[in-house]
Design a protein around this ligand. Structure first.
Ligand code: BGC
Length: 754
């Protein structure tokens, strides 16, 4: 068998170039004379969308019957690494069975705004959480020798003008918010492939962005797989080849291949770039081809059951007044809402799975006596239907408890366009209020991929955020409603009170083709916490049918260097009467900083199962990145020496225990002062400050001497003002105010910069 390099050496330029784009919608090309096989790729990310016949990237044509697992909005809410690993293994097995080499997911863009049409496919507003969950999902899929395609790289956080929009994001924001989940997917998840996004990143299409695809991805992060384009994301193919876009999908009927050939012939593109792309693609495909297992069984019923089991651990209990949940068999329960028989359990677009079976809530409750049903509203309308309302009120009034299933219809959120508002259909909101008025024992169960405004929040006793839970949604809902499973999901995003509160409300979607990320690093809870704003439900929030207490928080040291690892231990006890799972969350808070920083940032979490009365110790390891920010001066992660608080919380707004650690940064940011440097900055530097101090005493005394009370100058210049004027004065100001010469300033600079 010849090596890939030897195979490439035997190829003509035309053959090599042919491998750089898809053979059709879902296959890569083959070269039979050299024994090179093409492979199949399929969406992704929460199941298998394998199209046997006509291909399309929008979920229009039918794909094979498959299993729809919880969408990422839901599976991330589990905060359970092992859960997404198991989900990945199942998807990997299905791919092996169907001979699909690469599953096009996970999708890990940051939920910058609740309005993004694809939020249901994405994981979180928090980069650490998205990265952690992505890594285990990737490991699960790839454990079956199936590749992932982590998408959409990068800063693809809106659907509006998705193929032309330019995401203008500053360096620090990119590094701290929009890139870390990709970085984790590459460095720790060892993703086989990445999919570049449609949009531009700071002026250059992702598909031809050398900084993104080569400098960062390969040279800095050590990526050894290949990058494919999102479907139709290519602009100038030869530029893409040189920038690091290995594979164009789905191909362009040979048009872009011809461009590449011409560019090589004209000397505009070095053939070596073509060779590099081919090598990347074939190396990854070989991992699959050498480990093909079409004999892997695919028991769809078993995967349906798995989808239901996983979904139950994703549901988030938001409200449980008077312990209205769990329901008991003694309750007479009115289930209201068309969603209870026609659930919305996945989003629209390229991720759309052709489910072989769907279990609705009403089907899952079929063995329960004492359960009644009324439709209540039409899913595909926003108008109230009087007859349906009347019937629902009657059914609700006759029951001891009401479960009202509500949420967003398909038309309200989808790939391809963004939402215009955060409201649920008016008919559903109205129905909730009317039912609450006739029966206060009402629980709202939500099906939605992204936050909604809940004007009825105070009028209902129970709320379950059900997200888009996959095709076995009903089984999962029943299990949580009746306490067969204790809810343990936590919000991977903040539920704001209203759209106007959201961090990028003023600029989301952009102007024309330009979307400036004005809010910078203050995304999600980083924004709400900094502004001390009330939110409906905070990031990390979720209730249980039991209660948990934290104690015994211990740090391995009181002070560390940023090159050391800090171990954090905390005990968590189930203080209630039933078994349950708690998500212990660790946030780091920098007490003082010279740059703007969020109040706290998630840097660790663990999900633990506890029997009543049981205690377990949770251990976290924190390294430099937990304390660092991205410095735009050194273009690297930087820890500023000082005190950091380690906060252990039930959620981002309920911190139970704190401890403090002093961290010493081992790297200095080199500073060079010049004529424009101000006194305050120079004084902050111990060496330079000492030199300057002497001169200041003499030359700038007018600003530093306290003014005599009642004197004319004391009225004009307060001590504060004098101090401020002195502190903020650039060195060149000493020429005007201190009788200093240019030469003397030059000497001073030489002394303080030496
Ligand atoms: C989507 C991708 C998807 C691809 C193939 C594109 O429209 O953005 O996420 O993988 O189509 O269906």
């Amino acid at each position: 068998m010849s090596t890939i390099k030897e195979q490439i050496a035997q190829m003509t330029l035309e053959e090599k170039v042919s491998l750089l784009s898809g053979a059709d919608f879902w296959h890569t090309r083959s070269i039979p004379r050299l024994g090179i096989e093409g492979v199949m790729v399929s969406d992704g990310p929460h199941g298998l969308r394998k199209q046997d016949d006509a291909g399309d990237h929008l979920g229009i044509n039918e794909s094979i019957k498959a299993v729809c697992f919880p969408a990422a909005c839901a599976s991330t809410a589990s905060f359970d690494r092992s859960l997404v690993h198991e989900l990945g293994e199942a998807i990997g097995d299905e791919c092996q069975h169907e001979q699909v080499a690469i599953n096009l997911g996970p999708a890990i863009n940051i939920k910058r705004s609740p309005l993004c049409g694809r939020n249901f496919e994405y994981m979180s507003e928090d980069p650490y959480l998205a990265g952690e969950m992505a890594v285990d999902l990737i490991k699960g899929i790839q454990s079956r020798n199936i590749g992932v395609s982590v998408k959409h790289f990068a800063a693809n956080d809106q659907e509006h003008r998705r193929m032309s929009s330019d995401s203008v994001v500053d360096e620090r924001t990119l590094r701290e918010i929009y890139l870390p989940a990709f970085e984790a997917s590459v460095k720790r998840g060892k993703a086989w492939t990445l999919m570049c996004s449609y949009n531009k990143v700071n002026g250059t299409y992702a598909s031809e962005n050398k900084w993104l695809l080569t400098d960062l991805l390969r040279n800095e992060w050590g990526f050894d797989g290949y990058v494919m384009s999102d479907w139709g994301a290519v602009s100038k193919r030869p530029c893409g080849v040189e920038a690091g876009l290995d594979l164009e999908m789905p191909g362009s009927n040979g048009i872009n291949d011809a461009e590449v050939l011409k560019a090589v012939h004209d000397g505009r593109l070095d053939e070596k770039y073509v060779d590099i792309c081919v090598e990347h693609i074939l190396t990854v495909h070989e991992r699959y081809l050498k480990n093909r297992k079409p004999e892997t069984p695919w028991n769809q019923e078993a995967d349906h059951a798995l989808a239901g089991k996983l979904a139950a651990d994703c549901l988030v209990l938001l409200k449980n007044e008077d312990g209205i949940l769990p329901l008991s068999d003694a309750d007479s329960v009115a289930v209201i809402g068309e969603f209870a028989v026609k659930p919305r359990y996945q989003g629209g677009g390229s991720s759309h799975i052709n489910s072989f079976k769907v279990t609705s809530l009403m089907e899952a409750l079929s063995d329960k006596t004492g359960v009644t049903y009324a439709q209540g509203y039409n899913i595909n309308s926003i108008d109230e239907d009087e007859a349906l309302t009347t019937e629902a009120l009657k059914v609700a009034a006759a029951a001891s408890k009401v479960v009202l299933v509500a949420g967003l219809p398909d038309s309200f959120e989808s790939e391809g366009y963004d939402r215009k508002h955060m409201q649920m259909p008016a008919n559903q909101n109205a129905l909730i209020e009317k039912i609450a008025a006739v029966n206060p024992n009402i629980i709202v169960l939500l099906y939605n991929g992204s936050p909604v405004e809940m004007p009825w929040n105070d009028k209902v006793k129970g709320i379950i955020e059900g997200y888009l839970a996959g095709q076995n949604v009903g089984t999962a809902n029943r299990a949580v409603l009746y306490g067969e499973v204790n809810p343990s999901g936590r919000l991977p995003e903040t539920m704001p009170i209203r759209l106007e509160d959201t961090p990028c409300y003023l600029s989301y979607g952009g102007e024309g083709n330009t979307a400036v990320y004005n809010e910078g690093i203050f995304v999600g809870y980083r924004y709400y916490d900094k502004k001390k704003m009330a939110v409906l439900y905070p990031f990390g929030y979720g209730l249980s049918y039991t209660t948990f207490d934290y104690s015994n928080l211990k740090l391995s040291a009181d002070s560390i260097k940023d090159t050391d690892e800090l171990t954090v231990c905390v005990d968590v006890t189930n203080t209630g009467k039933v078994a349950g799972k708690e998500v212990v969350q660790l946030y780091v808070s920098d007490r003082e900083s010279s740059v703007f920083r969020p109040v706290r940032e998630l840097k660790g979490f663990d999900k633990v199962e506890l029997q009543p009365g049981e205690t377990k110790t949770v251990v976290f390891k924190l390294d430099k990145r937990a304390f660092a920010y991205w410095s735009t001066e050194i273009h690297d992660w930087y820890v500023e020496s000082g005190a950091f608080e380690i906060q252990i919380g039930h959620n981002s707004r309920d911190i139970a225990l704190t401890a403090c650690v002093d961290v010493t940064g081992t790297r200095e940011i080199p500073v060079t002062f010049n004529e424009d440097s101000i006194v305050m900055d120079i004084m902050a530097n111990p060496k330079a400050g000492a030199v300057l101090q002497n001169i200041m005493k003499e030359k700038l005394a007018i600003f530093t001497q306290p003014q005599e009370e009642g004197s004319a100058s004391s009225e004009a210049i307060s001590d504060e003002m004098g101090l401020a004027m002195m502190q903020y004065m650039p060195l060149r100001g000493m020429i005007s105010f201190g009788g200093v010469t240019h030469e003397q300033i030059a000497q001073l600079l030489a002394a303080i910069n030496s």
